[in-house]
Every structure is written in C-alpha cells, then in structure tokens.
Design a protein around this ligand. Structure first.
Ligand code: RIB
Length: 309
C-alpha cells in the first residue's frame, strides 16, 4: 500500500530573470526573460512528490498578501489539500530572486523566506495529528531552524522515516542529524557539513561515513552531472545521470528529492528510488522554472521506459 508523506518546508514566489551571463558583484546585466511563479525548496519538493504520484500533505507558511495566492492557486490546480497551510500575521510571503545564465543554464539565487522563516513552535505542535497519519517526513533547511528541529524531533519520537535535504546550507547540530534516516545533500552541502570535498565515489563515500558516524542511516549525495551517490552503509553506488538537453537547472535538486520520497513511499529501496528521482530531475531541467517544471507521473514513466529503466 502507498504510504503517506508530509512535506514540511518553504514556499516562496520565484522571480526569475534570464540573461547572457550571471552578473558579477557591481555589474548590471541586461536580461532577456522574466517569469514569476511558485517556488521555494519545500513547495517544489512537495509538488514534485505529489505529481510523481505521492500522497502528500504540504505544510508551509504564507503571508496575508497577493503572493500567497500563487501558492494557493497552484495547489488547487493540482488538487492538493490547502487546509493545513499556515498563515503569518507579521510577515509577507517569501520571495526568491533567481538569475539564470542563458548559455549554461546555471543559476544564482537569493531567497528571503519571510513568513517561512518564522514558523512557531505551537504551529509545529499542531501538526501532530497529520504527522500521526504520515509515514514519511521530508524537510529541508529553508525554514527557521527551530521549526525544523521541532518537526524532526516530533517525527523521530513517532518513528517516522525522516528525509532531510540539507538545502540551502545551514550548520546542522549533531542532535538533529542523529534523528535523520536519510540525508540528501548536494556535493557542496556535503563538503560544508563534513569537511570532505566531494568529487567522485571515493570522496562521496568518505563524506557519507561522517554522516553515518553521526547516526544517519542512509546517504544520498547529488552531484549534478556526475549523478547521485547512494549508500545505506553496507552497499553503495553511483546512479549515473540521464543525458538530456538542459534548459534550466533551478529546482533540479527539489525534483530529485520529491521524486525520491514518492518512490520510497511506493516501496522502492533507496537505490531504485534514486533512479526514479534522477528521472524526475532530468525531466525538470528540460523546462523553465521550478515548481512548474515538475513532471507528471505519466511523463516520468514514459521517460523511464524510453531509457529502458
Ligand atoms: O531549489 C530551488 C528553489 O530555491 C527556488 O524555487 C527558490 O525559491 C529557492 O528557494
């Protein structure tokens, strides 16, 4: 039976501009394209998991402003439950300023989580019932750390399977790490968290050992064009990336994490789930934007079949 997933994380409105190159400090670059739409690592991952077939409850916090409508409208369009959204009296809905290089598809992001940076302990306490009905918790580091520590602790005490995507990087206390079942940093976050420069399987394995020593059960390190390193402490492998035309890599990590948890919830192991997740990411980078670039389950299945997976 398909298990249930709680995604706890940020929603922000993405203000995305493309141009011939990314500006260096002090430079103004004349851009070529602008798009505004739903984003935020938590929301991207929640939508990716939902569209990939997951039974997702999305928890995020919005301001009482027009930007919040972008979240609510997107969720309604996707038939996602909006009744557990949190609302801030003090802060506006978060935003992210995203610059994308037209030539390379690379990006630079400044995120201002606003309402999502101020999720209160009592609001997390009130999620207990939803957590009771969930099997998996997927979270990131884009909301205030106290909210992450609180929801993880609650999930840990209830024996839920906890996946933490360590993006964007913030230092993580050992006390938090030891409660995590599966940690999913990218190679940069893995280096910042472990001190090991991750460039290949050997170094990824070394970085993974640091997480294992802290009590984490499994490690998935996404390494962009080099694929994903996956280890459960006994078995490890590199899942090679699918070769596709890249239009916009923004949100690729979110696509991976959303696809990953959706696949786990169907009973796939972390290795199979990482192949599925790589397919979700490969499809997302072929479209512009973040939340809107997440593929449907039909698209993922067709892609995997075409790739003979
Ligand atoms: O991972 C991509 C996301 O990071 C964007 O949607 C942006 O909102 C930032 O939070």
């Amino acid at each position: 039976m398909k298990k249930r997933i709680m995604v706890f994380g940020s929603f922000v409105v993405d203000l995305m501009g493309r141009g011939p190159h990314l500006p260096v400090p002090g430079e103004t670059v004349k851009g070529t394209f602008f798009k505004m739409g739903p984003g935020g690592k938590g929301f991207n991952q929640g939508v990716a998991a939902h569209k990939a077939g997951g039974d997702v409850t999305m928890i995020t916090k919005l301001g009482k402003d027009t930007f919040a409508n972008i979240a609510v409208d997107a969720m309604k369009e996707l038939n996602m439950d909006t009744s557990h959204l949190l609302w801030s009296e003090e802060h506006g809905t978060g935003v992210a300023l995203i610059e994308v290089d037209d030539t390379t598809g690379q990006n630079a992001i400044m995120v201002i989580p606003s309402a999502c940076n101020d999720i209160f302990d009592e609001e997390v306490d009130n999620l207990e019932g939803i957590l009771d009905d969930s099997d998996y918790l997927l979270t990131q580091l884009e909301t205030n750390m106290s909210s992450i520590e609180k929801i993880v602790d609650m999930a840990y005490r209830k024996n839920k399977i906890i996946i933490m995507n360590t993006a964007p990087f913030q230092p993580v206390e050992d006390e938090l790490l030891r409660k995590i079942n599966i940690v999913t940093p990218n190679e940069v976050e893995a280096e910042l968290l472990t001190g090991v420069k991750v460039v290949d399987q050997t170094s990824a394995s070394e970085a993974a050992d640091h997480f294992f020593q802290k009590g984490v059960k499994s490690v998935v390190i996404t390494m962009g064009g080099k694929g994903a390193f996956v280890s459960d402490g006994n078995k490890e492998m590199i899942i090679p990336p699918f070769k596709v035309e890249v239009l916009d890599t923004t949100g690729a990590g979110d696509a991976f994490n959303g696809g990953f948890v959706a696949a786990l919830a169907e009973g796939k192991d972390i290795f199979e789930a990482s192949i599925f997740a790589s397919a979700v990411a490969a499809l997302s980078v072929q479209k512009m934007g973040t939340t809107p670039s997440m593929p449907t389950r039909e698209e993922v299945d067709a892609f995997l079949e075409q790739q003979n997976k």
